[in-house]
Write a protein that binds this ligand. Sequence first.
Ligand code: FIX
Ligand code: ZN
Length: 416
Amino acid sequence: MKIHNTYELKKAVDNAVDSVKITDVHTHLFTTDFGDLLLWGVDELVTYHYLIAETMRCIDMPYKAYWNLSKKEQADLIWNTLFIERIPYSEACRGVLTVLAKLGLDVGSRDLNAYREYFRNMTVEQYIDKVFEISGVKTIVMTNDPFQDDERAVWLGNYKGDERFKAALRIDPLLNDWHNHYKRLQEWGYSVEEALTEETLKEIRRFLTDWIDKMNALYMAASLPPNFTVPEDSVRSKLVEECIVPVSREKNVPFAMMIGVKKLTNPELRVAGDSVGKGSIETVEYLCAKYPQNKFMVTMLARENQHELSVAARKFRNLLIFGCWWFLNNPSLVEEMTKMRFELLGSSVIPQHSDARVLDQLIYKWSHSRKIIADVLFDKYSDVLATGWTIEDDEIKKDVENIFGGYFWNFLERKF
Ligand code: FIX
Ligand code: ZN
């Protein structure tokens, strides 16, 4: 049906965005095969590391004392500090309230114990179904690291899987800390040594191939520091060009570079202690230009990298940019980045991923992002209509399906 006015446009955009089934290309969630690695429920939600960082700003408790508290005590402390003593309007705080509201709980009661009751008789399987239904997420991509022993054991044991959960092979230890991890590959039967001999490089390629096959990984990924540079005279640069790139091309799986993390800026905050630094767009441009048959997915953590990354994506069809990552996943920056990306790239971008670490977060991260992306799309479509161009509601539906996952699946299929 042709759209005749902004009322019909708003309705068509809201219907399409509210009903689209999402592919979430980057999360830290796990199938039930992995047991406690899958975090869920209100205490995990309230002790999300974003909220730990925000709480520790407000109290003088020694970090060590916080880490010695039980999970319930940590949640009680965070709840009291950020939700009772203050109005919870940071994005991570508001997210908790959105989850509680979407679950139909009495948010106004501010009663954490009542919220805990809700989960008392819930099984994880029931809750996975509920969260996928409420959030409108159809498929999530996990972060799977063979160097994590408890996770590795499941892959080597009786992993059954769940159609809704896909795998991504995460290789930070290999790329960022080869010196301390090459012995792991030796233990696992790969004839590597610390020096990157031809034999070692061949065996690293075999390791990557084995795990892509074992996991049926959709892509390989690594979180990389602001100074990540290729080419340079370094182990990491050699591993990228001699191992990651050839295996990525041969298996036709993208290499996802997540650039700009300053690890443990405050080590006492542990998982909450990482910060951000501007990365090198020249490295992204170099890799995309030198390896046109390879596919690269890139997200950068610094706001300062966003415009040049969008311009780089204009230059290279083998570059797919994704998400408003971590410290960028706030309404003001999601709107700014989404507008810029749609204006520079049209729909050939993945505007968002959730990065959910706790299952429940799919509900709020996607509720918040859907609204912003819908508003930006409405603006863009309105501008198009204002020229006299016509738009059909089916075209809007197709465009929305594309940006909430279709373009990602299409990118995985493409061979350059
Ligand atoms: O490297 C990553 O995948 C990051 O997303 C995480 O390490 C980070 O802690 C996070 O969850 C951010 O949202
Ligand atoms: Zn992540």
